[in-house]
Design a protein around this ligand. Structure first.
Ligand SMILES: *Cc1c(COP(=O)(O)O)cnc(C)c1O
Length: 366
């Protein structure tokens, strides 16, 4: 059997969720498990958080239905709302909550006669310029929705463009607009993503929406004492399948990008871009071999990558290789550090791990 596995530590997931709750003791935290829980398996993650999280958030109704079919009974919020009017009857049947960000969604809701009123999060655009109503349109729509028999509770929702940045005025601008609007409407708020949950208490609302931090990634530009307590949930693990001794100057892999600066021992690892490992990984990207940090040497191939293990005592066929996550000796390689070496972010690496790397679950699944 090919040794590549994505180990998922459900105890770490619960630890990180509880950390999000402790950051914002006045808020309820909806666990964001869209995109198959950022590649970790949405149903397994929802089951692991079932006793802790009062609600879950996904991107679309397909993701929500899969959770219901898996037996998840909590409220599930559709962060982009419905994609067509006929989805509203499924929303009603399954008790989903919806974001409303555009006029046809409002019209559909106002015309609907659901069996039970639907909880709605009205999304305003406070500067992200992606989804949502302009701030100055929001009051009128808020008035319509709050008077509608098809609407149950109503929240004001918005998303931050720069909450991860350490020092920024744009966040404060977005926040100031939202505070003014919320005061005017006396609206309960749902604003904070992971970085705002971790770094901006002023943005904590009735609900927060932590996502990536639940999986142990630190979304902040500058780590703080809370983010240092995050634990990796996914460990992408494989093994050495071959070793090769090279003379000084000999190249490795496609286009010979890496050349041995000395006599070198190169390990071939069963993991490549066909598994979702990023092909943009530069020479020097860290991996752990037998729990010891070493560096990628040469371009990533489809099924394999190559690592300089010259300085790793005992490196042998079958040795443990951690692409990110936690090694058997407790050493941690953060997915954030790997992402920087691939000129990307943890989100793309985690969501990019393909089904070819089987997920294997650990920890209590209650
Ligand atoms: C994905 C998403 C989140 C979670 O963001 P993180 O940065 O992963 O915490 C929160 N809110 C909305 C609207 C989202 O789409």
């Amino acid at each position: 059997m090919r040794p590549l596995v994505a180990d998922i530590d459900l105890d770490a997931l619960r630890h990180n969720y509880q950390l999000a709750c402790r950051c914002a003791p006045q808020s309820r935290s909806v666990a964001v498990i869209k995109a198959d829980a950022y590649g970790h398996g949405a149903l397994a993650c929802a089951q692991a958080l079932e006793e802790h999280a009062p609600a879950f958030a996904v991107a679309c109704i397909e993701e929500a239905l899969a959770l219901r079919q898996g037996g998840i009974t909590q409220p599930i919020i559709l962060l982009e709302g419905i994609f067509s009017a006929d989805e509203l009857s499924l929303v009603d049947t399954h008790g989903f909550w919806i974001a409303v960000h555009t006029q046809w969604q409002v019209d559909t809701l106002l015309a609907a006669t659901p069996r039970q009123p639907i909880p709605v999060w009205l999304k305003v655009d406070s500067g992200m310029h992606r989804l949502g109503f302009d701030i100055d349109e929001a009051a009128a729509i808020w008035g319509q929705l709050s008077a509608a028999p098809s609407v149950a509770t109503l929240h004001l929702m918005s998303h931050f463009a720069t909450a991860d940045a350490h020092d920024n005025h744009y966040f404060s601008q977005q926040m100031a607009q939202l505070e003014t609007l919320a005061r005017e409407l006396e609206a309960p708020l749902c604003l904070a993503n992971s970085p705002a949950t971790l770094a901006w208490p002023i943005a904590h609302g009735d609900w927060n929406r932590p996502g990536v931090m639940l999986y142990g990634s630190d979304p902040l530009e500058v780590a703080n004492e809370i983010t240092q307590q995050l634990q990796p949930v996914m460990t992408l693990r494989s093994e050495i399948i071959a070793l090769r001794e090279l003379e000084k100057g000999e190249p490795v892999g496609y286009s010979g990008r890496w050349r041995a600066p000395r006599r070198s021992l190169i390990a071939v690892v069963a993991c490549g871009y066909g598994d979702g490992y990023d092909r943009h990984a530069v020479d020097g990207t860290p991996v752990l071999v037998n729990g010891q940090r070493c560096a990628i040497a040469g371009k990533v191939s489809m099924d394999m990558l190559t690592v300089d293990v010259t300085d790793v005592p005992g490196a042998a066929i079958g040795s443990e290789v951690i692409l990110w996550g936690k090694a058997s000796n407790g050493e941690i390689l953060s997915v954030d550090e790997v992402a920087r070496c691939c000129d990307t972010i943890s989100y793309t690496l985690l969501t990019g791990v393909l089904p070819r790397a089987p997920r294997r679950y650990h920890g209590r699944s209650d």
